[in-house]
Design a binder for this molecule. Structure first.
Ligand SMILES: O=C(O)CCC(=O)C(=O)O
Ligand SMILES: [Fe+2]
Length: 129
């Protein structure tokens, strides 16, 4: 669960710094429907407007690797609001800890080589866990 308290000078702080999620999929609920989440599209930060009772499904780095880059792991950040607190719940869906993530063999052809190396999840997640 993420809690972003209101800040009278929101332009001077950042709720969550720019990042991509390292997992396969993130399912996110913007609990109290306060804006703040932004994604980077064509070099610009674009707000993701909360929709009532809707989840945001975010592609993470692992799914980008498995799909050999067909699905992109989006860079995102969270800004704070001057008056309202913001609450979100993120559930991260990932591979087993002793697994290996690599581009799916069915997506590799002579014309489209693997764009990513095969990665041991343990080596990938240990530095951040
Ligand atoms: O609070 C949000 O809307 C996004 C949270 C997030 O990006 C994360 O927990 O990785
Ligand atoms: Fe995230």
């Amino acid at each position: 669960m993420n809690y972003y308290p209101p800040c009278p000078q929101p332009e001077k702080v950042i709720g969550l710094t720019p990042h991509s999620d390292g997992v396969g999929l993130t399912i996110l609920l913007q609990v109290n429907e306060v804006e703040g989440l932004q994604i980077k599209k064509d070099g610009m930060w674009v707000p993701v407007k909360p929709l009532p009772n809707a989840f945001i499904v975010n592609i993470g780095d692992m799914l980008q690797i498995i799909t050999n880059g067909i699905y992109k792991s989006i860079e995102h950040r969270v800004m704070v609001n001057s008056e309202k607190e913001r609450i979100s719940i993120a559930t991260f869906h990932t591979s087993r800890h002793d697994g290996v993530v690599a581009p799916a063999s069915s997506l590799i052809t002579e014309k489209i080589p693997a764009r990513f190396k095969s990665i041991n999840i343990k080596d990938y997640t240990e530095p951040i866990c």
